[in-house]
Design a protein around this ligand. Sequence first.
Ligand code: NAD
Length: 260
Amino acid sequence: MLKGKTALVTGSTSGIGLGIAQALAAEGADIVLNGFGEPDEIEAIRAGLERDHGVKAVFVHADLANPDEAFALVRKAETELAPVDILVNNAGIQHTDRIEDFPPQTWDAIIAINLSAAFHTTRAVLPGMQARDWGRIINIASAHGLVASPFKAAYIAAKHGLVGLTKVTALENAKQHITANAICPGWVRTPLVERQIEARAEKEGMSVEEAARRLLGERQPTERFVTPEQLGALAVFLCSEAADVTTGAAFPMDGAFTTH
Ligand code: NAD
């Protein structure tokens, strides 16, 4: 379905971004990987995409905390592979603290990576998408782009902002075949969440599995983690022609997290 298209997925060396990159590659899209990690592990992911799906895959380094690197990521992707038809803004970090204890530098880093980087990659891809009259922009927000919890001020501000950026991107490009949507996952058991589970297990003196159960039990009524594969399937739908007028929306995939 996506043969001949090129997808740039930020933060695709791990977790949700990797799941989305694999799902898009399975549909035939060529992939630009980005994110941190050990060079040999990243190379194994890149080579695995090419081997398993018969697509082209390249890795482009960029630290998305830096606006110039975020913008340059798109240019490098285009030089090393092809113009970007599908942009998935996925890279993100987390930090929990009360507002009065929240380190200001950490606030700045979370806003830069989880929100501003998406602005910089989006402004870099749009002229090409407009010239070709086709594009798909998918912003990985969060259930926390729609509702709040304590101790996550920067993350929740960034994710609400990302939902807003998604709507504006959709409006400004509505007349063309360019869509912008946000996906709002509930709890997904990736390294980002594993760190929160382990911190809770230690703080509350319980096993990691018990801490995981409690985390789910509080907010995610299905009591099952969302998986990167399920999120990949939603991303594939948003890239399809069937989703050509699906734009400006924020899709929860959250086990009913945002219903209560
Ligand atoms: P993860 O930690 O497994 O993956 C994060 C990815 O972002 C990694 O590839 C990492 O290398 C990359 N990254 C981090 N900082 C970067 C930087 N400065 N520059 C470039 N790349 C950087 O986490 P995940 O859970 O897969 O999270 C992916 C996205 O999904 C994030 O935006 C997160 O907020 C969002 N999300 C996660 C959950 C969840 O429960 N895991 C829920 C809702 C939303």
